[in-house]
Design a protein around this ligand. Structure first.
Ligand SMILES: *[C@@H]1O[C@H](CO)[C@@H](O)[C@H](O)[C@H]1NC(C)=O
Ligand SMILES: *[C@@H]1O[C@H](CO)[C@@H](O)[C@H](O)[C@H]1NC(C)=O
Ligand SMILES: *[C@@H]1O[C@H](CO)[C@@H](O)[C@H](O)[C@H]1NC(C)=O
Ligand SMILES: *[C@@H]1O[C@H](CO)[C@@H](O)[C@H](O)[C@H]1NC(C)=O
Length: 283
């Protein structure tokens, strides 16, 4: 009798409590930068268990993306083991790209909703961003560093997407062309299927970001070879459903959220962003 009551209570707890949330911070910062989001979730959704990832803080956030993905995967496994009924995942800036890859690299993930908060999902090509980390580099010649074996040791090099040097990008980048299934690999199917497991993919970005360049990269838009920004819906990644974006969209599981007036360094500290665009996806 009591065992049954216990089982029932455990079941009800799973059904009625909020799912745990994993937070992944951005580049050259750390877990502390995600504290406002964490505190707001805890305030509005009491009882939510939150894992605010504190690895790869500061300069180590420039480590190779695959290496970071591999390490963060361990946390994902640990949390999943404890909460097999599902969790949510939110990443900010570079952390949003890392988060997406952690999903793709783990086809057994139990993530329900993935929220990308101003992440360079289609890559990055902009002076303002570049000069935050490499003030001495010029936009036009940065590819010479990034598209090399040495450059691929740096996270930024992994997703530097120079529209005027696509041949070198595809030849040297060992990260972005693969996770976006622009180049085939023996992981291509998994990369797509892992994203198709999501209940929702939420892509938040906006025209006043000023760091993610073009800002549409936060929603898989990017420059074409003559430097014109092409909306994600007109790019092959979507039209050919390379990573499942079209399927997710057709099934109303892809949410595209554009918020004007928000600078890149405001997304994660503006409580109304959390209230309006994040909390609705954390059940
Ligand atoms: C995952 O769990 C194992 C076993 O409890 C532990 O040794 C390890 O440090 C954990 N890793 C992370 C990243 O939490
Ligand atoms: C998949 O590709 C990687 C990298 O090219 C290679 O090391 C690995 O052996 C391949 N695995 C299979 C099962 O073909
Ligand atoms: C650039 O590309 C766009 C889209 O493919 C095209 O409409 C436009 O005419 C091109 N502009 C130039 C200057 O080639
Ligand atoms: C916070 O975000 C809201 C939109 O949700 C915006 O109206 C407001 O201006 C932002 N505040 C700051 C300080 O950026």
């Amino acid at each position: 009798m009591w065992t049954r009551v216990f089982v029932l209570i455990t079941l009800l707890k799973y059904i009625y409590s909020y799912k745990p949330v994993i937070l992944i911070h951005g580049i050259l910062t750390g877990a502390h930068s995600m504290e406002i989001i964490k505190a707001r979730i805890e305030e509005k959704h009491p009882g939510t268990v939150i894992y605010n990832i504190d690895s790869f803080e500061g300069w180590s956030s420039l480590d190779n993306m695959w290496y970071q993905v591999q390490q963060i995967t361990e946390t994902l496994y640990n949390v999943t083991e404890e909460y097999p009924h599902g969790i949510h995942l939110l990443g900010y800036s570079q952390g949003a790209l890392l988060a997406r890859t952690v999903l793709q690299a783990n086809i057994d993930h139990k993530v329900h909703n993935f929220i990308s908060l101003s992440g360079p999902q289609a890559g990055q090509y902009g002076t303002q961003f570049l000069h935050l980390y490499f003030p001495g580099l010029a936009l036009e010649t940065a590819f010479e560093l990034f598209y090399s074996r040495v450059g691929q040791h740096i996270s930024v090099g992994n997703y530097w997407n120079d529209p005027y040097h696509q041949k070198l990008f595809l030849e040297y980048s060992n990260y972005l062309p693969y996770i976006n299934n622009e180049l085939p690999s023996n992981k291509s199917e998994d990369f797509k299927n892992a994203l198709l497991k999501l209940k929702k993919m939420v892509l938040i970005g906006g025209p006043d970001d000023n760091v993610i360049t073009p800002w549409q990269s936060s929603q898989f838009g990017f420059y074409n070879s003559n430097g014109t920004v092409v909306n994600f819906m007109n790019r092959e990644i979507y039209t050919e459903d390379k990573i499942g974006l079209k399927t997710l969209y057709d099934q109303k599981r892809l949410k595209i959220i554009t918020v004007p007036g928000i600078n890149h360094f405001q997304w994660h500290i503006n409580v109304s962003i959390v209230d309006n665009y994040i909390l609705p996806y954390l059940d």
